[in-house]
Design a protein around this ligand. Structure first.
Ligand code: GRF
Length: 219
């Protein structure tokens, strides 16, 4: 079983709570992926200690140490290829990857984004959702394409927006759902139950819940 697990690299820049959720999920004996490498572009990322404490190989590739984005990305790509990685998970990785990097790992880079895409691409998603007064917000796991936050969607989770939410309380609620769907989406991609076909992600089987998620509930 262990020998056939999909080898995954996680790219981080910060605290790494999504990375930690992936590491935790991958401890389960039947989980189809293993976190084989964690790469940070920031030497001070908290994620590095979490990964090292879990016994995972880490690498710091500091973008500031390179003369160009192309050189930085070449170093990241070489490190990933040297570790025989199949899937790359971005988890709070705060560098926008170039089209050539995305092409080099086409269909094999996955990201978690804190909104229900295609709404709220980019930064400050919680602030913008609150400003718009949406009742449902959430997160999306998607395949990375050259266009920012626009690649095929793998899995989404919706959460209610409460009247007294601040960007911080909403972010915390969304983050809890990120930690649920990222490991599930990675498992589905790793075991082949989700596949990229003609620019969309198809699942083998799906069972729709009987009830829609309605918020707010009345009465
Ligand atoms: C998460 O909200 C993720 O959706 C976004 O960046 C944040 C990273 O948080 N891409 P963490 O480092 O995983 O805790």
């Amino acid at each position: 079983m262990a020998a056939s697990r999909t080898r995954v690299a996680v790219l981080v820049s910060g605290r790494g709570s999504n990375m930690a959720a992936l590491i935790e999920a991958a401890k389960a004996p039947g989980y189809p992926a293993e976190i084989a490498l964690v790469v940070s572009n920031r030497p001070d990322a908290g994620a590095l200690k979490t990964a090292a404490d879990a016994g995972i190989e880490t690498a710091v590739i500091d973008h500031k140490a390179f003369g160009s984005k192309a050189d930085f990305e070449a170093a990241v790509a070489e490190r990933i290829e040297a570790a025989d990685i199949t899937l790359i998970c971005l988890a709070g990785f705060m560098r926008v990857l170039s089209a050539s990097f995305v092409e080099r790992f086409a269909g094999r880079i996955v990201n978690i984004h804190p909104s229900l895409l295609p709404s709220y691409k980019g930064l400050d998603t919680h602030e913008r959702a609150l400003a718009d007064g949406v009742r449902l917000h959430g997160c999306s796991v998607h395949i990375v394409s050259a266009e920012l936050d626009a690649g095929p969607i793998v899995m989404q989770a919706a959460v209610p927006v409460l009247s007294d939410d601040t960007p911080q309380t909403l972010a915390a609620r969304v983050l809890r759902s990120e930690h649920v769907i990222y490991p599930r989406a990675l498992a589905a991609l790793a075991d082949g139950s989700a596949r990229l076909v003609d620019g969309k992600v198809l699942f083998d089987t799906q069972a729709a819940p009987a009830e829609p998620l309605i918020w707010p509930t009345i009465g």
